[in-house]
Design a protein around this ligand. Structure first.
Ligand code: ATP
Length: 325
């Protein structure tokens, strides 16, 4: 395997007596998207800030494109999109882009970038008058303008409307295609599922799980489930009839959809057939039907829940031990 674009080994970071990152090891490859997920306070921002050279660390090593984080060689080839991007509020968008372009040897041409991120309508707007989503788009443009080999994107689509989000996702895919290593943090599990080639879930500063989205789903959320959206609300009698017809699978209504849970993925084809037969019998149309072993969101919730439970149990054991001593 080629040398990773980002290599973090045994990273430890403390803030006073708080250990924010505890011996973390992870890597990100060129031409791929790596998502770093985890609950609030898990250590994602701290880790990324260390890799960006913005924060000192107490233990471990970080190599950024073969260089020390924050070194001139690394900085010249790294693009950073921060949540609070420190944008110059009094400058107009066009000026900010031109100024940023001047810092780089071979900046991207501004017009296609403006078009790609739909900034054309706000080019002469001062940054302070941009909406949250427009600022995010500008921050993303600034991260990309230097043609980075490694891009750190912190919550890249936070605050963006659905069109802007789709454009940002297309941009991330284009970056990957160009050979850039993209490292993103996000709380949007659909974003990670959609974009990431490799996912790392952090909890309490340590790595809880790593893998592709399908691997994590198979590990933590393997069950046979079918979600159906019908063209109508069911009456209570119809709902009871549906539940009867789907047995032994369990049936529950969730917002606008029905979730049919089978005992195992192998039972899913028969469940889909039974559901389709029931709908045909009732004259209902199926607007949407998805099946599988859950989503990345299910996997994430179960993985982080399980770690929480394991911790509570070992705390409980420790207390028992103390009580017994
Ligand atoms: N400047 C700081 N001083 C002291 N403690 C800090 C500081 N920054 C972060 N921490 C602590 O370090 C831990 C990790 O924080 P960090 O911001 O890296 O988490 P995160 O995973 O990025 O969280 P979020 O999803 O909320 O952004 C938390 O316990 C946090 O309270």
């Amino acid at each position: 395997m080629p040398t990773p674009a980002l290599e973090i080994t045994d990273l430890t970071v403390r803030y006073g007596t708080t250990t924010a990152v505890a011996g973390l090891t992870l890597a990100a490859q060129a031409g791929s998207v790596t998502a770093v997920l985890g609950p609030n306070g898990a250590g994602k921002t701290t880790t990324i800030e260390c890799a960006e050279g913005l924060r000192p660390f107490q233990g471990g090593t970080i190599r950024v494109l073969g260089h020390s984080p924050g070194s001139l060689q690394a900085r010249a080839r790294v693009g950073v999109m921060l949540q609070d991007a420190g944008l110059p509020l009094g400058r107009r968008v066009k000026e900010v882009l031109h100024l940023a372009g001047r810092v780089h040897d071979r900046p991207l041409p501004i017009d296609p970038l403006v078009e790609e991120l739909d900034l054309g309508a706000v080019l002469t707007t001062p940054v302070r008058r941009l909406s949250g989503g427009q600022r995010q788009r500008l921050a993303l443009a600034l991260a990309l303008i230097g043609r980075p080999s490694l891009a750190f994107l912190d919550e890249p689509s936070a605050g963006m409307d659905p069109h802007a989000r789709a454009a940002a996702w297309a941009t991330v895919r284009r970056l990957r295609q160009s050979g850039c290593a993209v490292v993103l943090t996000t709380h949007h599990l659909d974003e990670a599922e959609e974009l990431a080639d490799e996912i790392h879930i952090l909890q309490r500063g340590a790595l809880l799980a790593s893998g592709t989205a399908p691997e994590l789903i198979a590990r933590y959320a393997a069950s046979g489930s079918v979600e159906v959206v019908l063209d109508r609300r069911l009456t209570p009698d119809q709902a009871a009839d549906l539940a009867d017809a789907m047995r032994p699978a369990t049936t529950r209504a969730e917002a606008d959809r029905w979730v049919l849970a089978a005992a195992s993925p192998a039972d899913v084809p028969a469940l889909i057939a039974a559901c389709a037969a029931w709908c045909a019998d009732q004259g209902c149309a199926i607007l949407r039907l998805t099946s599988g072993g859950g989503t990345l969101e299910h996997a994430y919730l179960r993985a982080t829940d399980r770690a929480q439970q394991d911790r509570s149990m070992s705390d409980g054991d420790a207390h028992l031990g103390e009580a017994g001593a």
